[in-house]
Design a protein around this ligand. Structure first.
Ligand code: SF4
Length: 168
């Protein structure tokens, strides 16, 4: 029996990775962690006019174990932060996180001891959707950016450190 040409194996595994990435980006099972007014915009995006089902993201799951994208929608308080972390930890790999709205991204206009100043200090965030609240078009733009990351197999694993203003 002749030796196996390793370059041909590389060709097939890279094609397989591309096929899996393509399938994965159109089969998003999202977990909506909705806490505040941004939830209305989240629901508007899911309805027929904007129709997230076109992107294969139309089926929210309410168990972290059945989800691969965590949508954090609304203000997160320090009291709620351990719950968010637990939900994230219960999701299986590969998993991605979307910060929906300026409160989730940075704490927004809240400047007090009770509010988390950005969920990326607790869990790694892949896509930030700005706005208060973001318009559905912004949400779809964020969703397409997420799909591009999923297809390439990219994901954020680092947290933001406010003291050094760096990812750690
Ligand atoms: S970003 Fe604006 S709309 Fe969204 S939760 Fe914060 S205050 Fe409400």
């Amino acid at each position: 029996m002749g030796a196996v040409d390793i370059t041909k194996l590389d060709f097939f595994t890279s094609k397989l990775d591309a096929a899996v990435g393509w399938a994965r980006k159109f089969s998003i099972f999202q977990y909506p962690f909705v806490t505040a007014c941004c939830g209305m915009e989240y629901m508007a995006t899911a309805c027929s006019h904007y129709d997230v089902d076109r992107f294969g993201a139309g089926l929210p799951r309410f168990s972290p174990r059945q989800s691969d994208v965590l949508f954090v929608v609304g203000t997160i308080s320090h009291k709620l932060a351990p719950v968010l972390k637990k939900v994230y930890d219960q999701m299986t790999e590969p998993k991605w996180v979307v910060a929906f709205g300026v409160c989730t991204c940075t704490g927004g206009f809240y400047d007090n001891y009770a509010t988390v100043m950005g969920i990326d200090t607790i869990i790694p965030v892949d896509v930030y959707i700005p706005g208060c609240p973001p318009r559905p078009e912004n949400v779809l733009d964020g969703l397409m950016k997420l799909q591009a990351k999923i297809e390439k197999g990219e994901k954020q694993t680092k947290l933001y450190d406010p003291a050094t203003k760096r990812l750690i």
